[in-house]
Design a protein around this ligand. Structure first.
Ligand code: PLP
Length: 435
């Protein structure tokens, strides 16, 4: 990261310097280091303001947690009303968490029962343990390029540089090799790579976990038959199919991407967008599976001080109400289509070897011209161009995360005018990059 002091953000820099004295690296999650010491002081609708008073159109959207727009009045009011009524109890159950589980059962095809926790990582950790506990099997299969949280079992082969793909590449030090040796890495959109593992390890694979659209590497889209194939293989083999819908859930449809795909997994993890930025996440599945948690007399430990927090539950209920009562999905899809078409036109005009992909409210520019169906195809992405594009867009007031292969999100608060101005800015940025 540049440490020059003439970056035009004196207040942001001052706050960041203070932060670095008391928070490692100055940020509370490593991917929040976004090229310069940004410090934000205000958020509203589609916009963020930094400490120096600059306004940004926000497509980062807190990694997709902001779905309706920042500080949605209805969601904030519901959270405030919950706070005025009750806070954390830690015993028995509260009305909010029951209503949330009932509502999730109504909207999410696979969620006959749910548990609620605070983060997506907790949800996927619970899913892995439940699958292993129920099947008594060792292996978990994940997809190259997928990310399922920061904990040990899935901290492998996430976004490997080309020379490290398919090797053991833990995300972090401090992980015992044993924790990773039970995790197998398949290719997205490649059922054969999954079958290979079932042949090699018969009756030893507990679960396949997949982001139905691996948004952690942009927006790879499932080919017809792929998700259905995973469903058929897991059914045949007695393994658990887990859809990690921490990003796709609520973002693409109220019933998650599983509703769009028409494929119902055994377990679903969700978080981020479900409460428009309030900290709540969860895991849903059939009663038969979920009653293996210790809370129902099963052998799989269920614990968590903040699980089922009434404020998160109230925010999730209000978010779901807003999604039910408005034309949110067709509206953001229309804006997404407009954005993708506009950016594709600019790229074509300038003859840049790139393409625009996405789904609904999500858009990504891959700097690779050939069609992309799996992580392998992304190894040809021009990462420098990708990061440069995002950095320059952010400098122009359109906040995008300058980490390679990260997606952008349109929220319910963005307008057609925001999209048009973004396309105009992209034209200027890409023209400059070509010069
Ligand atoms: N699963 C997916 C698909 C994610 O993208 C993430 C986070 O980015 C997680 C799980 C972990 O969620 P959290 O950051 O809330 O722990």
């Amino acid at each position: 990261m540049s440490t020059s002091t003439d970056d035009g953000h004196p207040r942001g820099r001052a706050l960041w310097e203070r932060a670095r004295q008391v928070i490692p690296g100055g940020v509370n999650s490593a991917t929040r280091l976004i090229g310069r010491p940004y410090a934000f002081t205000r958020a509203e609708g589609a916009y963020l303001w930094d400490a120096d008073g600059n306004r940004y159109v926000d497509y980062h959207a807190a990694f997709g947690a902001i779905l309706l727009g920042h500080r949605d009045p209805a969601v904030d009011a519901a959270a405030a009303a919950a706070t005025a009524q009750i806070d954390l109890v830690g015993l028995g159950v509260t009305e909010h968490e029951v209503r949330m589980a009932e509502t999730l059962r109504e909207v999410l095809p696979s969620a006959e029962m749910t548990i609620s926790c605070m983060s997506g990582s907790e949800a996927t950790a619970q899913a892995a343990r439940l699958a292993r506990g129920v099947t008594g099997r060792r292996y978990l299969v994940k997809v190259q390029g997928g990310f399922h949280g920061w904990h040990d079992p899935f901290a492998r082969n996430v976004i490997s540089p080309p020379e490290r793909a398919y090797r053991l590449d833990p995300l972090s030090s401090g992980i015992l090799p044993d924790s990773l040796s039970g995790t197998l890495i398949a290719e997205y959109n490649d059922l054969e790579s999954v079958e290979t593992f079932f042949h090699a390890f018969p009756e030893q694979i507990a679960a396949i976990i997949v982001e139905p659209i691996p948004h952690n590497v942009g927006a790879l889209l499932p080919e017809p038959g792929y998700l259905e194939g995973l469903r058929a293989i897991t059914e045949r083999e007695g393994a658990v199919l887990i859809f990690d819908e921490v990003i796709t859930g609520f973002r693409h449809a109220l019933g998650g991407y599983q509703q769009i795909a028409g494929v119902t997994p055994d377990l679903t993890t969700f978080g981020k967008a479900m409460a428009n930025g309030y900290p709540v996440a969860g895991l849903g599945g059939s009663r038969a599976l979920m009653e293996n948690f210790s809370s129902a007399g099963g052998s799989v430990l269920l614990a968590g001080t903040y699980n089922g927090h009434p404020v998160g539950a109230a925010a999730a209920l209000a978010t779901i109400d807003r999604l039910r009562d408005t034309d949110h999905y067709p509206r953001v899809r229309r804006l997404g289509d407009l954005m993708r078409a506009g950016l594709a036109e600019v790229i074509s005009e300038l003859g840049i070897p790139a393409q625009v992909v996405g789904e609904g409210s999500v858009f990504v520019v891959y700097f690779v011209p050939e069609p992309v169906r799996g992580y392998r195809d992304l190894l040809g992405n021009d990462d420098d161009a990708y990061r440069e594009f995002h950095r320059r867009m952010t400098d122009s007031g359109f906040l995008m995360l300058p980490m390679s292969l990260k997606r952008n999100h349109i929220s319910g608060a963005h307008t057609e005018d925001d999209v048009t101005r973004t396309i105009d800015a992209a034209r200027t940025v890409l023209t400059d990059m070509c010069a």
